[in-house]
Design a protein around this ligand. Structure first.
Ligand SMILES: Nc1nc2c(c(=O)[nH]1)N[C@H]1C(S)=C(S)[C@@H](COP(=O)(O)OP(=O)(O)OC[C@H]3O[C@@H](n4cnc5c(=O)[nH]c(N)nc54)[C@H](O)[C@@H]3O)O[C@H]1N2
Ligand SMILES: Nc1nc2c(c(=O)[nH]1)N[C@H]1C(S)=C(S)[C@@H](COP(=O)(O)OP(=O)(O)OC[C@H]3O[C@@H](n4cnc5c(=O)[nH]c(N)nc54)[C@H](O)[C@@H]3O)O[C@H]1N2
Ligand SMILES: [Mo]
Length: 761
């Protein structure tokens, strides 16, 4: 730093001094229930969250201790429930009064969705530029007319967001495959697709290998690129128990996240009464965004060095019996130099050697990870580096050890399991053909990235979504908007209106559905659904609240009616299936591997464990062994910043659920009342003469043509590594060019964008 710069005042970073959780979390639960005018109903509803006879929390996918404890929800689960249970309505009158253009002119993602629950099926009327009520029957006729009119079923895209139940998702994929396409873009494509693509190549299965019980036996937890205090708050209870046992928790995260440092359990009378808290992370290393693969290579390099001196550091017996590719991995790591590792990871050799020591002294280790690993150009390679690290010490397939991807939406894993897949496994298609008697398509379908490209250039003409908000969740907001507007028909099955419905095709339908907490009566009987959590536990969920309007329908009913109208000669008896979810489960049992005796097994308290071959050291890879993976593209990552550039990562605030904004605070990062902020390293700010509170512009450095910029943002000094920055998604998606995605999984590189910042003129 020059002398001049040295004299510049370095701003104090934004921070939150309390522990995560505690009384502040309980106060927030009450505030959010009150805001949605459901304090009483909401409190009663929350008592059934994650209970044996209640509903599965629509928040995150972290498992519950056998769904049998008496009190199993968290602050952010409560926000999700309050948001769904709201007494507010986005009724037909709202849409009659305000045109779509006027709605679109409102700023931000909070305002529209805050109107509450959708109450009527609606159709876009271009003459008035308004959504107007339509009957369900007419809505299905419009969908059928468009789908039947296409030259090729592959001209339609069928999106799923991960709240959809196993039953609805299974019916949806059955309908779409009988119709004739595998175009199943889904939220997972923007999320854990690198896990679904990378892990099978390494260990033969695309899911986590641990269960909750493993956390009781682990000697080390590594927590890489996820923020549990906000996104999986019930996980903090597990991490607290681990920390209390004196087990090290090593964190790799560019941001100092409060919830990974200290936590007071709102469900611990002692911690609440004494205002005490538990330290979570034993070691906290602030890796650069996108620097994880380099850091992991550094840790492995240190392990190889230790093994050369001490022996017994690597599990040579396991490596010999169970793996392939060890020599190639070692050669690659030997050839990777410490200066490169230090520069790209932002961590020192000494720090990485320290992690290696902690790792080598743990008998069994679990690696937990989230979007900080997956949402990069090298997302799939990153995931496979994690597998490498675990395999080197035989940390897969024994108690207290394994890999633990933190899944996103509460049933995103289940949706995939029951067939929402653009590259479906052969066994699924064979079983559909054998059991149902129609020939499903065998070609690959589209991910989100491919679907939007096809929509933009006119190859795809119809977009149907069960849930979600792709137009805001995708990268490159301008391109996503062009893609939607270029469709002949867009169909949105939603609980609440979101900005996505304003970016619609020439014809457009908004169809209101019921949520997880609400009662679904079919065939005169209350129905239950099932979901699968992050740890492959499948269990029942039963809603009990009144739906918001008599016109709201369940997703299974909507899919069944869509199928009947679109495929009059269908070989499936849709009415029989829709009338009774246990009939759907019987069909799932025949078609989806692992679901035999589904109805019987899921009726047991806590449900059942789907199993995982890698957990038993059965490797479903072509070689029948676990595969070490060489990632030699470390230095070519297009996100590696050049002089004067910063690397931007994009994350969730504490008050949001993806594109749903619950409020404007980000408590654990010390932000109140706003979202138009960019977190910057305080020395980077000083060097650029910027101060906290100043307005700045951000521009992406890229070859794509287009205006990838956010202007007039507020600079906030924060504790993150030099050369890096953070802003909130979905606003920051305007900065992410469409070409920035992982070439293996098609997942956008939301977490390593090269940018420049300057004061707003
Ligand atoms: N309340 C709430 N719960 C949620 C959601 C929500 O929006 N709100 N979303 C759900 C969904 S769909 C998902 S996928 C999950 C997401 O859960 P997370 O994976 O926790 O999601 P992010 O907010 O994206 O946070 C990523 C974390 O990674 C860190 N990080 C950023 N870049 C990097 C990097 O390059 N390397 C490393 N090591 N770390 C990095 C960030 O500092 C942050 O702490 O949560 C689910 N649960
Ligand atoms: N920059 C950046 N972008 C990201 C990410 C990031 O970290 N950074 N994360 C990515 C990730 S991990 C994900 S998963 C995607 C999220 O992408 P999506 O899953 O598409 O988006 P959500 O915001 O979760 O969808 C919210 C909408 O779902 C509807 N909804 C809620 N509950 C239900 C229900 O029970 N049924 C139905 N039918 N509809 C319902 C509501 O109307 C609500 O408006 O975003 C991705 N985008
Ligand atoms: Mo996600």
């Amino acid at each position: 730093m020059s002398e001049e710069e040295g004299e510049t005042q370095i701003p104090k970073p934004a921070a939150y001094d309390g522990a995560a959780g505690g009384w502040a979390a309980l106060r927030e639960v009450v505030r959010h229930l009150r805001q949605q005018e459901v304090l009483l109903k909401g409190s009663k509803t929350l008592k059934s969250a994650n209970q044996p006879t209640g509903f599965d929390c629509p928040g995150c996918a972290w498992p519950d201790p056998e769904h049998t404890s008496s009190f199993e929800y968290c602050e952010n689960g409560a926000k999700a429930v309050a948001w769904e249970e709201t007494d507010k309505r986005a009724g037909a009158d709202l849409f009659a009064q305000i045109s779509v253009s006027e709605l679109a002119a409102q700023e931000g993602d909070y305002w529209l969705e805050a109107h509450g629950r959708l109450t009527h099926p609606m159709q876009y009327d271009p003459a008035q530029d308004c959504y107007v009520p339509i009957s369900w029957d007419d809505a299905f006729s419009i969908i059928a007319r468009h789908l039947r009119g296409l030259d090729d079923p592959n001209q339609a895209e069928f999106y799923t967001s991960g709240r959809t139940s196993n039953e609805a998702a299974f019916l949806y994929q059955l309908f779409v495959r009988e119709y004739g396409t595998n175009n199943f873009p889904d939220c997972s494509n923007m999320c854990h697709e690198p896990t679904s693509i990378g892990l099978p190549k390494s260990i033969g299965v695309g899911k986590g290998t641990v269960t909750l019980a493993d956390f009781d036996e682990a000697d080390l937890i590594m927590s890489i690129g996820h923020n549990p205090a906000t996104n999986h708050p019930r996980m903090l209870g597990t991490l607290r128990d681990v920390a209390k046992r004196g087990i090290p928790i090593v964190v790799l995260n560019p941001l100092r996240e409060r919830g990974l440092e200290r936590y007071a359990n709102p469900q611990s009378p002692f911690e609440m009464a004494t205002l005490s808290a538990t330290d979570i992370a034993s070691h906290y290393f602030q890796v650069r965004p996108g620097g994880d693969a380099a850091a992991l290579k550094g840790i492995m390099k240190a392990l190889f060095a230790m093994d050369a001196v001490e022996g017994q550091v690597l599990d040579h017996i396991f490596i010999a019996e169970h793996t392939n590719g060890f020599d190639a991995l070692k050669a690659d790591i030997d050839a990777t130099t410490w200066p490169d590792i230090e520069q790209i990871s932002g961590l020192t050799r000494q720090q990485l050697e320290e992690i290696a020591k902690v790792y080598a002294s743990a008998d069994s280790a679990i690696v937990c990870y989230g979007m900080g690993i997956t949402q990069h150009h090298s997302g799939t390679d990153n995931v496979r580096q994690l597998a490498n690290l675990l395999l080197l010490r035989g940390n897969i397939g024994r108690p207290g050890a394994g890999i633990c991807p933190l899944r996103g939406h509460s049933n995103v894993q289940g949706d995939r399991t029951v067939g929402i897949s653009e590259r479906p496994p052969k066994v699924l298609l064979d079983n559909i053909q054998r059991v149902c008697g129609f020939t499903p398509p065998r070609n690959d379908g589209h991910t989100v990235t491919e679907a939007l490209e096809a929509m933009e250039d006119g190859r795809s003409k119809v977009f149907v979504a069960i849930g979600g908000n792709v137009a805001r969740a995708a990268s490159d907001l301008a391109q996503a908007e062009r893609a939607f507007r270029n469709c002949d028909l867009t169909v949105f099955v939603l609980t609440k209106p979101n900005r996505g419905i304003l970016v619609h095709g020439r014809e457009s339908l908004v169809l209101p559905t019921i949520g997880r907490t609400e009662q679904d009566i079919q065939g005169g009987k209350a129905q239950s659904i099932t979901v699968e959590d992050s740890m492959s536990m499948v269990h029942v969920s039963t809603g009990m609240n009144e739906p918001p309007s008599e016109h709201c329908r369940s997703e299974t009913w909507i899919v069944g009616e869509m199928a009947k109208k679109t495929l009059p000669a269908s070989v499936i008896d849709w009415d029989r299936l829709v009338a009774d979810n246990s009939e759907i489960r019987d069909l799932i049992a025949e078609i989806v591997p692992g679901f035999q005796n589904f109805n019987e097994r899921v009726a047991q308290p806590g449900g059942f464990y789907l199993g995982n071959p890698a957990r038993n050291r059965v490797w479903n890879t072509p070689s029948g062994r676990a595969e070490f993976h060489v990632f030699d593209g470390l230095l070519e990552d297009p996100a590696c910043p050049k002089d004067g550039q910063l690397t931007l990562t994009t994350c969730r605030s504490h008050d949001q659920y993806n594109t749903t904004i619950y409020g404007m605070d980000d408590r654990y990062r010390g932000i109140t009342g706003r979202r138009d902020v960019v977190f910057l390293n305080v020395e980077d700010m000083a060097q650029r003469g910027l101060s906290t509170g100043q307005r700045i512009d951000i521009e992406t450095v890229c070859e794509d043509s287009g205006d990838y910029a956010l202007r007039n943002m507020e600079a906030v000094g924060f504790n993150l590594p030099r050369g890096t920055a953070m802003a909130y998604f979905p606003e920051a998606n305007a900065l992410i060019p469409r070409s920035h995605y992982d070439r293996q999984s098609f997942t956008p590189a939301y977490k390593s964008i090269p940018i420049i910042v300057k004061a707003t003129s």
